[in-house]
Write a protein that binds this ligand. Structure first.
Ligand code: ADP
Ligand code: ASP
Ligand code: MG
Length: 463
């Protein structure tokens, strides 16, 4: 068995779904279990509908709901056999009726809880997975639809739920392999449910995580993440186009890149795969002939110290200063307790005797955190910062990497630098306005030459 996950843009239209069916069909003998995201930008649209509802904007959310239904109906009709159109229509009727009632309920309440966010955003994958199963049948595959909420069990931390692995693996191992003997199993990513059956989600971009959980639960031989790029690239293409394809990378490196902003993988994706030692491949659904990126346990010897550069935008730098704490112990503990209490992860830290600078990417509780910190220190914040993170297992064995980073970033104000914590990254904080220029300079410095055993060079010249 293999798991094949197709992201939103890979199932964004009838034509895209037809392409996916072809890709799956070509691998039918490997017994694929297919995990799909919501079609195109559906999750964003559902969240916009929820926001309009609680703002009481009926003239917005009603037409938005109609548009979403029309979109699904229009695309699905083209890939569903005539005889199954009745099923499709009643499925869409039922789902959109339910969704509309839910949205109207929100409008009455005027309040959006994390639990309601999950209820609403789950419709994207519920619709796409059912539609893909019908489409696969239309294109000559035997397909069985499984509701992920029956097999992926999580805690009740809505919008960021964490899987209950033993229970989830038990259910997956019981349900999927028997079905997969006969049919291609099709499931929605991202969605799950609590032990008591309340719908949850695994966080934005969570379909990658679903694929990895499913792969680990059924002992798949491979987990394939099909997306809209040729694989893991040496730089985020939205910041620096023209990066090179990384042909192979280790689990640890991929996890670090994902955590520090490489959106191509949800940060938790590699964990289940790594535990069961299942290779993860990143592949392009528009160019299936490209061999993509292979993520495996052991790293291939590489002549370059850096494998890829990840970036995280919208970072806030928090500077905490307290002369009262001079020579006192417990300063750091007090600070971190505050972040802990407000469930806000800290990414980077630098300390001196009486001050601490750290970064956070989640401003949800920022006001409350600052208020607490101000009780024992002076606090300033700098918004619109970015983390630039160089990742590679060779960084620690290569002298002079930090010098090369500073040389490349000449003229750019580096607000903070960190190396060593994970042994495989070197990160700097720069202002967002310097981000593109900084990444281009670092890319030029570290990828002017590339080891052909690890990188496939892109022909496009970059600035
Ligand atoms: P999907 O909908 O298939 O899950 P995503 O949009 O979540 O796709 O992830 C793919 C995107 O990740 C790419 O289009 C690219 O813009 C972005 N990305 C960021 N960093 C990288 C990187 N280092 N390599 C490849 N893609 C990256
Ligand atoms: N549809 C969800 C999202 O947009 C999950 C995913 O695509 O991975 O975040
Ligand atoms: Mg994604």
């Amino acid at each position: 068995m293999i798991v094949m996950k197709f992201g939103g843009s890979s199932v964004e239209s009838a034509a895209a779904i037809e392409r996916v069916a072809g890709i799956v069909k070509a691998r039918e003998e490997r017994r694929p279990v297919v995990v799909v995201s919501a079609m195109g930008k559906t999750t964003n649209k559902l969240l916009a509908i929820a926001a309009a509802a609680i703002a009481g904007k009926r003239d917005e959310y009603i037409p938005q709901l109609h548009d979403l239904r029309d979109f699904h109906s229009r695309e699905a009709r083209q890939v569903v056999t005539l005889g199954e159109r009745v099923d499709l229509d009643s499925f869409l009727d039922e789902n959109f009726q339910e969704l509309t009632e839910l949205v109207k309920g929100l409008a009455v309440l005027g309040e959006l809880t994390p639990r309601s966010v999950d209820a609403i955003s789950s419709y994207g994958e519920r619709l796409s997975s059912y539609i893909c199963a019908l489409a696969f049948r239309h294109f000559g595959l035997k397909a069985a639809h499984v509701d992920s909420r029956d097999v992926i069990v999580t805690d009740a931390r809505h919008t960021q739920a964490a899987p209950n692995f033993p229970e989830t693996y038990k259910r997956l191992a019981a349900a999927i392999p028997p079905l997969s003997k006969e049919s291609v199993v099709v499931m929605g990513g991202f969605i799950a449910s609590t032990e008591t059956g309340v719908t949850t989600t695994l966080g934005r971009g969570g379909s990658d995580y679903t694929a990895s959980i499913v792969g680990a639960g059924i002992d798949a031989e491979e987990i394939q993440i099909w997306t809209d790029v040729d694989g893991m690239l040496t730089a985020d293409p939205t910041i620096l186009p023209g990066g090179h394809r990384v042909k192979t990378i280790s689990f640890a490196e991929a996890a670090e890149l994902a955590y520090f902003g490489a959106k191509v993988l949800h940060p938790a994706t590699v964990v289940p795969a790594m535990e069961k030692n299942i290779p993860v491949l990143i592949l392009n659904s528009r160019r299936p002939e490209v061999s993509g990126t292979r993520i495996v346990a052991e790293s291939v010897p590489c002549g370059n110290p850096v494998k890829s550069i990840a970036c995280k935008r919208k970072i806030a730098l928090v500077n905490i200063h307290s002369t009262r704490m001079l020579m006192a112990h417990g300063f750091l503990r007090r600070i971190f307790e505050v972040f802990d209490r407000f469930e806000t992860p800290v990414d980077m830290v630098a300390t001196s005797e009486v001050s601490v600078s750290l970064t956070i990417d989640n401003m949800r509780n920022a006001e409350a955190i600052l208020e607490e910190l101000r009780k024992f220190s002076e606090v300033t914040t700098e918004l619109d910062q970015a983390i630039v993170c160089l990742v590679g297992e060779n960084i620690r064995f290569t002298p002079g990497v930090a010098r090369r980073v500073f040389n490349a970033l000449e003229g750019i104000n580096v607000r903070m630098i960190s190396q060593g914590a994970s042994l495989l990254n070197l990160s700097v904080i720069v202002s967002e306005s310097d981000l593109a220029r900084g990444v281009a300079a670092l890319h030029e410095e570290f990828f002017a030459q590339t080891d052909p055993a690890v990188f496939e060079r892109n022909g496009v010249a970059h600035a």
